[in-house]
Design a protein around this ligand. Sequence first.
Ligand code: ADP
Length: 607
Amino acid sequence: MKKKFKTESQQLLNLMINSIYTNKEIFLRELISNASDAIDKHHYESLTNNIASRDYQIVVTVDKKKQTITIHDNGIGMDYEDLSENLGTIAHSGTKEFLAQAKKVESIGQFGVGFYSAFMVADKVEVYSRKHNSDQTYKWSSDGSDSYTVAESNQELEGTKIVLYVRDSKEYDYAKFLEDYKLKNLIKQYSDYIRYPVTMKNDDGAFETINSMIPIWKQSKKELTEEKINDFYKHKFMEFDEPLITIHTKAEGRLTYNAMLFVPKKAPFDLQNKSYEKGLQLYSKGIFVKDKAKELVTEWMLFVKGIVDSSDLDLNISRETIQESKVLTQIGENLETKLKKELEKLQTDDPQKYQTFWNEYGLYIKYGVYEMYGAKKDLLQDLLLFHSNTREYITFKQYVDGMKEGQKHIYYATGSNKDQIVSLPQMDALNHKEYEVLLFTQEVDEFMIQMVREYAGFSFKSVNHSDLDLLDDKQKKELDQVKEKSVNLLSAIKDELKDFVDEVIISSRLTDSPLCLVSDEAMSFEMEKVLAQMPNAGDMKAKRILELNPKHSLFTSLESAYNKDPLSISKYAILLLTQAQILDELKVDDPKLFSQRVNDLIIQSIQ
Ligand code: ADP
């Protein structure tokens, strides 16, 4: 029966056919990798469903006369539907993305493009296949134009046989792919770690195994080159770039496993989506079990890709047993510690690279600290980086090491960006004392810090909070005296603003600025903004405290105005509040009244 390719398949086919010559050789890797997957599936079936196992192998043969290359695996096989579905549509999810990016990259060979790569070297492809539980063979055939056919075939066969009719061209030497030595080299180069023997006939007519069959994650570090690992990573995980961080590790004893973890250079594009699935590929004694074993990565590690091959799992029992998931969780915890150590090492060995990592994934480390009521804070807090008013990319430890004599707290300030934060009046006193202040510009920051609570014995204090704890006893006494003196003035202002603020107080922090609006320890304005965006958060409000600087001439003017005519204060109160709100980038409570009062003042001053 003749069928049309889906549009995307056709796009991909065209790309394959017109592909740049240098990358054509990847077709063999792709087909052998599919063959190996098909054997994995059969192997798994044989272990879990008690069907007979086979003497697994992938046989590559060449017929120079017919100009064909044949790749035969005795894996799971495909039936009529499988052939139409799998080879008529684009199977792997990354391919669409690939199509979008293909025009940008000059080498598509970096990317796994699957079955269609056959058309890079062949102008006709035939697939003969028999599903493991059937005795009917089907034949799929296409010349790479817009359609393919699927029909019954009377060939006796186990698994899948793919026949490539190698192109003939004056512009490119396709004939080299019909040379044994060339194919052997390609198998060695690209498919060495395939776990099943890939065999070819030698000169004596006997079959010999070309690949070493040791999965790459089981090869010793000495045997492996960075290039080999990177090539494996790109192909396996459909990545264009080299990994940012590679971790190759193994454990023996209580838990036995080999693992390869990769941190992609760029965060997966769908990482923030709800549909994003975290997890590592799971193998048991070299046999593929599943693609995304989520227990193997803890929540904050969701961006990590990789493979775990463990001998602690029993394939014969169901995949979802409690025992199994316990083992996986334990491996996951080990990997978490390992990754943390590697990141710490990177921090000291290559701070620049760590900053690259941080820019891409720092947010997830912060979430990690916040989640589960801070259960992971001890593990993760030293990985955190912050900008401060004086430095970039500093850790808590670096902050504490740089603390000034007598400094009692670690100070932070929240806002939308550095410029806005450093110009906050709230920063006055800290600037004066030359205290360093961490800048919190991400929503998660303040929530996270509530989990950390203290570091090296120092508690955290926000400059936006009312009590900065900066005064000594003498200063406190002085402040109390000023407070006493201005009780009436403050309560008059408070009366005017009672709908908008909870308190009006004398400031202990301001030196140069006339006033500021702060909250108390319980909740900050930034947290209020974040909570307001959440569904069902209710109407949670931060406390609003208007602070006036008693040393500023604004304050002394207000005092004398009040002393002359207590009612005159009503003209100014809203002006005080609104300018504080503007500086804090908060919503202005009563813009209309504010504008009226400003206009009154202008008119008055002109008259
Ligand atoms: P991918 O391998 O990434 O899924 P491909 O285009 O290479 O994408 O293959 C599409 C699908 O065709 C595979 O997922 C698999 O189901 C099936 N397939 C390909 N080659 C074989 C094979 N040799 N034996 C059995 N099934 C195969």
